[in-house]
Design a protein around this ligand. Structure first.
Ligand code: ATR
Length: 481
C-alpha cells in the first residue's frame, strides 16, 4: 500500500492533499502534530470526510515530530481523535499500555508500534522488531542507512523477518531503494509525500505509483537500476519504467546511491537484479567485477551498462553510440570533418573514441594539459589547454562540451567563456540539466546548430533498454526528461 503522509496544518488542507493524490494512494497518515491546536481537537472528524483508510499519528519531537505537549495531553487528544473511524493508530515503542491502546483494541483499530533512529541502524533492530510485533501489532522501524552496506543490511533484515507484519523505512537518500521496493522487503506499506519531494529521500505518491509502479512489484518483478553518486537527479527511470510497461514486462528501474561498488554487486546479487546503468563516478570502478566486456568498453575504458549473463556480469558502453546518434546525419554527409572536444574526463573518453571511429580529426582541450595529452595519445588526436581555445575559432565543424562546467546549479558558467563561435559550427553539450547551458546559449547567439545532452541521454538509454530487455525501445514513447 502507498500511504500519503499529510503535511497540512488544518483538516481542510489535509483533505486537499488527499484529493490531489487520491488516485495514487491506498491510505493516508494524519499527522496530528502538524495540525494547529484547534484542528487537533477536530481530528475525530477527519475519517468521515477523508473517505479512505487512515493512520492516526501524533509524533513527539524526540521521534522526529512536532509534538511538545506533556504526554498526558498528547494521549488525551489521541484518545478523543479515536472517536473517529481510523484504520490504524501509531503508538511509539516506549509508550506503556494505556487507554489509547485499550480504545484502539476495543474498536478494532490496528496498532502500528513504531521506533525511529535518525542516526543509523540500531544493532538490536531484530529483537526490537520482534518485540514490537509480539502482541499481534504491526512493527514499524524507521531507521537511517548511510552506506550501501547499510542498505543491504536492511534488505537482509527484512527477509529474516519476513513472517512478521511490519513496515521497514530507510530514511534519507540511502533508503530510497527499500522505500520503492517496499513490497520486496515485505513491508506492509511505504510512505510518500504530496507533489514534488521537498526533503532529501522523499518520493512523491505520484512517482511511486505512476513512475515506479511500486505497488505492483511482486516476487517475479525483474529489478533494474542506476548506480552513481550523486544519482537521485537522474532521468533514466523516466526512460526505462514507461518502456517496461509498454512492452508488458514485469520490471522496475530505480536509482541506487552507492559508495562502494563491491558491496553494490552483493546487493545486486541479493536482489537478483538483471542489469543496471552506471553513472559518475563508477564507470571505471565496475570494470573489475565484470566477466565479459564489449570492445567499446575495452577501448573507452568505461562501462555505463551492466547486464546479467549466466554466471557473470557483462559490461557494455551505450554512451558512445548515444553520443553519435544525434549527429549521425552530419557525420555521414561529411559536414563534420574536424572537432574540438572540451574536457578530458570520463565522459570525454567515449566522445573522443566515437568521433575517431568515424574518422573525425579531433583536438582535445582541457584545463589540465597532461590529461588531454594522455587521452589524445590513446586516440591519435591533437591536444591543447583551454586557454588556447581562441586559436581554434573558425577552424572546426563541431565543438563538443564534455566537462561538468555549466551543470545544474551553475547555469551561468562555460569552460570556454571567451570562445567566439562563427555560427557555422555544430555545438553539442552533453550536460542535460540544464538543457540550455551557457555554452549552448553562446553558440545559439552566433547562429550555430545545437545538440542537447538529453538527446544523447535518450539515445543511450534506448540502447540500454535493448540490452536489458532484448526488445527495441517502443517507437511511440517519447519520454520527457
Ligand atoms: P566526467 O567523468 O563527468 O567527465 P571527470 O572525469 O571528473 O568527470 O572529468 C571532468 C572534466 O571536467 C575534466 O576534463 C575536468 O578538467 P581537469 O581534467 O582539468 O580536471 C573538467 N573540469 C571540471 N571542472 C572544471 C573547471 N572548473 N574548469 C575547466 N574544466 C573543468
Amino acid at each position: 500500500m502507498i500511504c500519503l503522509t499529510l503535511s497540512g496544518n488544518t483538516l481542510e488542507s489535509c483533505l486537499e492533499e488527499i484529493e490531489a493524490n487520491r488516485s495514487y494512494i491506498d491510505l493516508a497518515e494524519l499527522r496530528m502534530d502538524y495540525l494547529t491546536p484547534d484542528e487537533q481537537k477536530r481530528a475525530s472528524e477527519f475519517p468521515e470526510i477523508a473517505k479512505l483508510p487512515l493512520i492516526l499519528t501524533f509524533r513527539r519531537k524526540e521521534d522526529g515530530g512536532k509534538c511538545t505537549l506533556p504526554e498526558r495531553e498528547r494521549r488525551a487528544l489521541l484518545l478523543s481523535a479515536l472517536d473517529g473511524d481510523y484504520a490504524y493508530v501509531d503508538i511509539e515503542e516506549d509508550v506503556k499500555k494505556n487507554d489509547v491502546e485499550d480504545k484502539a483494541r476495543e474498536k478494532g483499530v490496528k496498532i502500528i508500534r513504531s521506533f525511529h533512529d535518525f542516526s543509523g541502524i540500531p544493532d538490536d533492530i531484530y529483537s526490537r522488531i520482534y518485540r514490537l510485533a509480539e502482541r499481534g501489532d504491526i512493527a514499524k522501524a524507521a531507521v537511517t542507512p548511510h552506506t550501501t552496506q547499510d542498505l543491504l543490511t536492511l534488505f537482509r533484515i527484512s527477509e529474516e523477518l519476513k513472517d512478521i507484519p511490519k513496515i521497514i523505512i530507510g530514511m534519507g537518500d540511502w533508503g530510497i531503494p527499500i522505500r520503492i521496493l517496499y513490497k520486496k522487503a515485505g513491508s506492509l506499506l511505504t510512505f510518500a509525500c504530496s507533489g514534488e519531494a521537498v526533503a532529501p529521500g522523499q518520493i512523491s505518491a505520484k512517482d511511486l505509483k505512476l513512475l515506479y509502479g511500486a505497488d505492483k512489484v511482486n516476487e517475479r518483478t525483474a529489478i533494474y537500476g542506476i548506480i552513481g553518486n550523486p544519482v537521485l537527479h537522474t532521468s533514466s527511470p523516466m526512460i526505462h519504467n514507461p518502456g517496461f510497461r509498454r512492452i508488458n514486462y514485469n520490471a522496475i528501474y530505480l536509482p541506487f546511491l552507492v559508495d562502494n561498488v563491491r558491496i553494490f554487486f552483493a546487493l545486486a546479487e541479493y536482489l537478483k537484479m538483471r542489469g543496471f546503468s552506471v553513472t559518475v563516478p563508477f564507470k571505471d570502478a565496475v570494470l573489475m567485477y565484470l566477466g565479459n566486456i564489449t570492445r567499446e568498453v575495452k577501448q573507452i575504458g568505461a562501462c555505463n551498462t551492466v547486464v546479467r549473463m549466466p554466471g557473470m556480469w557483462k559490461g557494455m558502453n551505450t554512451d558512445y553510440y548515444g553520443f553519435l546518434q544525434p549527429i549521425l546525419p552530419d557525420l555521414e554527409s561529411g559536414r563534420v570533418k574536424n572537432a574540438l572536444v572540451i574536457g578530458a574526463g570520463g565522459a570525454s573518453q567515449a566522445v573522443v573514441w566515437a568521433l575517431r571511429n568515424r574518422g573525425v580529426k579531433v583536438t582535445i582541450l582541457n584545463r589540465t594539459l597532461t590529461k588531454a595529452e594522455t587521452l589524445a595519445k590513446l586516440n591519435l588526436c591533437e591536444y591543447d589547454t583551454l586557454d588556447n581555445a581562441h586559436l581554434y575559432e573558425g577552424k572546426v565543424d563541431l565543438v563538443v562540451q564534455t566537462t561538468s562546467v555549466g551543470l545544474y546549479p551553475n547555469f551561468d558558467t562555460s569552460p570556454v567563456p571567451d570562445f567566439h563561435f562563427t555560427g557555422r559550427e555544430i555545438a553539442y553539450d552533453i550536460i542535460y540539466k540544464p538543457r540550455m547551458t551557457k555554452f549552448l546559449s553562446d553558440a545559439e547567439k552566433a547562429g550555430c546548430t545545437l545538440h542537447f545532452g538529453d538527446e544523447m541521454l535518450l539515445a543511450q538509454g534506448k540502447l540500454q533498454f535493448e540490452a536489458f530487455t532484448g526488445y527495441h525501445y517502443p517507437h511511440d514513447l517519447h519520454p520527457s526528461l
